[in-house]
Design a protein around this ligand. Structure first.
Ligand code: ADP
Ligand code: MG
Length: 609
């Protein structure tokens, strides 16, 4: 964690000193200004595309909104550039919010296609409106003034541009390391994010608007630097270039934005200088070189250049990882405990699944299943592979809509509710196929589970003023991790844990949501014998605290020793229900599992499976 501030220090010293170098060509400052302006837009794409997974070719249109707003207000109405900035931001907010609300529902290739469409539309709008000067644009834009000091000269704009960029990077970094940031980083794992109460649609709009606003600020700076605007820099070509920079720099990191913009603009400039001497004046090979470069980057550095540079920097600045305790682990030590939900009295009805059915086309995955689960009870849901157990979990947690039937939780109908509302009521779950964010720390992964237990918002996160709430979430995550025996790896990257520990992490994450009902899909798979015993102890303890647990598991020893009650499914249908002793003797169960072997064989075979 110490690495980043040291890097920041080097960057700041470099930036401040650069214009002071005697005899520095003016061109360098101009070039740096452009790199700053581009970086600002690319930074938005880091969040939108790199982290959130939403591809946009249309960011240049928002740059145009910021630029044209201030240009028109300053020239036609004589308004101060600062008012122009506010109006531009307001207009961009409204437009991007509306566009986002409409287009972000689209999935797959439709979203990028849509961004192409509105980028083109806005571009033609800029070029065809009389009051915006049509294709000639608007000239005579005044410079920005700061306390009566004109920022006309290039090197003064340079300081403003880079100050704004560093602030935007700081805010983006804060945002990424917050409650909202974890939700945004989880957007690509739709099912998992929804199961912990993340409102996907809302966070998609948030990052879309955020990226658009950064573009708008870049446009504002551009207009007052150039002192003139015309439609061409806001066309589709530039939109593609921004995305290209983001991919080359590294779409997952704040520094990748600056690296991408810097590398591409510098390369472009060099190509324009050198290439005419090699291939003659009239041949434009830039595009060709960029195309080849793109292929190389995607082939050899999928995550862009930044991870490569960061690793080199780590080696250079003495050791990749320093011994210091990560910031998040420090935070977990100072947080206050979070309030907990009232638990229902032991024995009261928690979950009532009634005639629930799920059809996938012609396949009936869950066939009119009914069962009840009471507070302080562990129920096992067992059956061969493909019996419909995981699908039943998805129906209860609202991840998949059911075809027919009803589900009641704490006396309330929850079928028909969306997953994040069901999570809010106190249903926590794990997944058969582990779903965690491998490049986040163990602690942050678990804190995502407590998403609904804090209300800290996006703006507070960007400004870094929600640290108390953040520390409480980290504390809760640490408590739950210690409970499942992962107290020693809080600051590790989750992706580096062995599979067994990742499963335990998922249980801790579900517990961090303070659930009343816990759905565990094959929690003991991949665990060693002693780990299983420890897990059984933890689950037993949760039961004694009044939690209800619904468990899918293939290890029959584990299931028979732990559960109070079992439901057996086969081909989507419930074939038996009862206590572990009753189930072990149930003829239909023996038949389904093993084609009629006796109970000892059943135990043995099922454990092997
Ligand atoms: P289990 O967890 O008991 O092994 P599942 O609930 O995962 O079984 O699957 C039950 C059946 O439903 C399987 O035949 C599976 O192929 C099918 N199935 C599960 N999810 C889907 C889906 N999204 N689309 C189509 N079929 C599915
Ligand atoms: Mg399953």
């Amino acid at each position: 964690m110490k690495r980043i501030p040291r890097l920041l220090l080097v960057v700041i010293v470099f930036l401040v000193a650069l214009p002071l170098i005697p005899g520095l060509p003016v061109f360098w400052i101009t070039q740096m200004n452009y790199i700053g302006l581009y970086s600002l837009v690319v930074l938005g794409l880091v969040l939108l595309t790199g982290v959130g997974g939403l591809t946009s070719f249309g960011q240049s249109a928002f740059v145009g909104l910021g630029a044209y707003s201030t240009a028109w207000l300053a020239t036609a109405l004589g308004m101060s550039p600062w008012l122009g900035l506010l109006c531009g931001l307001a207009l961009t907010f409204v437009v991007s919010y509306a566009l986002g609300a409409i287009t972000l529902r689209l999935s797959g290739h439709y979203l990028p296609l849509c961004t192409l469409a509105w980028c083109l539309s806005l571009y033609y709008l800029y070029g065809n409106l009389d009051f915006l000067g049509r294709y000639d644009g608007i000239a005579g834009i005044p410079p920005i003034e700061l306390f009566g000091w004109s920022l006309g000269p290039g090197e003064r704009m340079y300081y403003l541009i880079w100050l704004v960029l560093l602030l935007a990077m700081w805010a983006t970094h804060n945002l990424l390391h917050s409650r909202s940031g974890r939700a945004i980083r989880a957007l690509r794992s739709r099912t998992m994010a929804e199961s912990f109460g993340v409102d996907l649609a809302r966070y998609k709009v948030v990052i879309f608007v955020y990226a658009a606003l950064l573009g708008s600020v870049s446009g504002w700076l551009y207009a007052h630097m150039q002192r003139a605007v015309s439609p061409s820099p806001f066309g589709l070509g530039y939109g593609i270039e921004y995305l290209f920079m983001a991919v080359v720099g590294g779409v997952g990191s704040v520094w990748g934005a600056v690296l991408g913009a810097g590398a591409i603009l510098t390369l472009k400039d060099q190509l324009q200088n050198v290439m005419p001497h090699i291939v003659g004046q009239n041949v434009n090979v830039e595009l060709l070189v960029f195309g080849v470069l793109m292929v190389l980057v995607l082939q050899y550095a999928r995550n862009g250049l930044w991870p490569v540079v960061a690793a080199a920097w780590g080696r250079l600045s003495g050791g990749v990882r320093c011994a210091a305790i990560p910031e998040v682990v420090m935070a977990s030590m100072v947080g206050h405990p979070l309030p907990v939900r009232d638990r229902p009295p032991v024995g009261s009805l928690v979950l009532k699944v009634n005639q629930v059915r799920k059809e996938f086309g012609g396949l009936v995955a869950v066939n009119d299943i009914s069962f009840e689960l009471r507070a302080g009870e562990i129920m096992g849901l067992i059956g061969p592979n493909g019996a419909g157990k995981s699908t039943t979990f998805d129906l209860i947690s609202g991840v998949t809509p059911l075809t027919a039937g009803t589900v009641q939780f704490m006396g309330q109908r929850i079928d028909g509710k969306v997953a994040h509302d069901i999570a809010r009521l106190g249903v926590g779950r794990t997944f058969q196929h582990v779903q965690l964010l491998g490049d986040m720390t163990v602690l942050e992964n678990v804190a995502l589970g407590a998403h609904l237990r804090s209300r800290a918002g996006v703006i507070a996160a960007a400004l870094n003023i929600e640290r108390d709430s953040e520390a409480s979430l980290m504390r809760e995550a640490a408590v739950q991790l210690r409970r499942v025996g992962l107290g020693d790896v809080l600051g590790e990257q989750a992706g580096n844990l062995p599979l067994g520990s990742q499963r335990l992490l998922e249980i801790a994450r579900a517990l961090a949501s303070d659930p009343l009902l816990l759905l565990l899909d094959e929690p003991a798979a991949g665990l060693r014998y002693l780990e299983k015993q420890e897990l059984a102890r933890v689950l037993g303890q949760l039961r004694s605290e009044g939690l209800s647990l619904l468990l899918v598991e293939h290890d029959m020893d584990f299931v028979m020793n732990l559960t109070d009650h079992l439901v057996v499914m086969d081909f989507g249908t419930k074939i038996a229900e009862g206590t572990p002793e009753e189930i072990q003797r149930h003829p239909a169960v023996l038949e389904a599992y093993l084609g009629g072997l006796d109970e000892d064989d059943m135990l043995q075979e099922a454990t092997l499976a």
